[in-house]
Design a protein around this ligand. Sequence first.
Ligand code: ATP
Ligand code: MG
Length: 228
Amino acid sequence: MRLLHVAGLQAAYGPTQALFGVDLDVGEGEVVALLGRNGMGKTTTIRAIFNLTTPVAGVLEFGGDDIFRAPPHVIARQGLGLVPEGRRCFPNLTVAENLLAAARPGRWDKAKVEGLFPRLAERGGQFARTLSGGEQQMLAIGRALTTNPTLLVLDEATEGLAPVVRQDIWRAIQTLKANGQSILVVDKTLSELLPVADRCVILENGRSVWTGRALDVDVAVRDRYLGV
Ligand SMILES: Nc1ncnc2c1ncn2[C@@H]1O[C@H](COP(=O)(O)OP(=O)(O)OP(=O)(O)O)[C@@H](O)[C@H]1O
Ligand SMILES: [Mg+2]
C-alpha cells in the first residue's frame, strides 16, 4: 500500500524557489533513498513534507490523507517521524528524558530503543549535549522511534560520523527494515545507502529526474546524476 505520495511538489525560501516538481512515493515497508548532489533539494523536500518549509504547490498525501501544509502536530499524529539534518535532540535533557519526552504508545518505547542502541542505555543519565556525534544520532533516531512513526524520515543518516559508528547506524536501519519499518532516507555514502534501499528517487535542481530500484543505480546513472 502506498504510504507517502508526493507529486509535483514545489517549495520556496521567500522569493527563491528551490523545488520545481518533486515526485516521490513510499510504500508500506519500503525503504526509499532520496538522492542527488549537494543543493539539489533533498532537505527542502523533507522540510516541505513536514511543512517546516512551506510548500507552495503540489500534492502531499500520507496514508491517503491530505497533509499539504498540515500543522506539525497533525503531521506527527498521522505517523510521520523526522530525524532532521543536524540530529537535534533536547540538549539539556538527559538521554533517558529525551526518550520519554515525545513518546507515544506503540511498538517502540525507551527499553526497545535501548535494545537497538545499547550505548543509549549506558548513557541514560547523561545530558544529550555531552554525547558524541554518533551517540546524538542514535538518540535522534531513538527519539523519533518512540513516537512510533509509520514512516521514519532520516535526513543525512550518517553525516560526519566515523566509519565504525556509521556501521552501527546502518545496522540499526537494517534491523528496522527487517521489522517492516517504512523509511525515507538521505545519505551521501552511496555504497552504504544503496544496499539498504529498495528504491531510489534522484533529484536534480529541485525536480525528480530518475526513479527506480536501488539495484538499477548503475555507473551510468551515477555519472549522469550523482557525480561530483
Ligand atoms: N534557508 C534557505 N534559504 C534560501 N535558500 C535555501 C535555504 N536552504 C536551502 N536553500 C537552497 O535550496 C536549494 C536546495 O537546498 P537543499 O538544502 O534542499 O539541498 P540538499 O539536496 O539537501 O543539499 P545537501 O546535499 O547539501 O544537503 C539550494 O539551492 C539551496 O541553496
Ligand atoms: Mg540536505
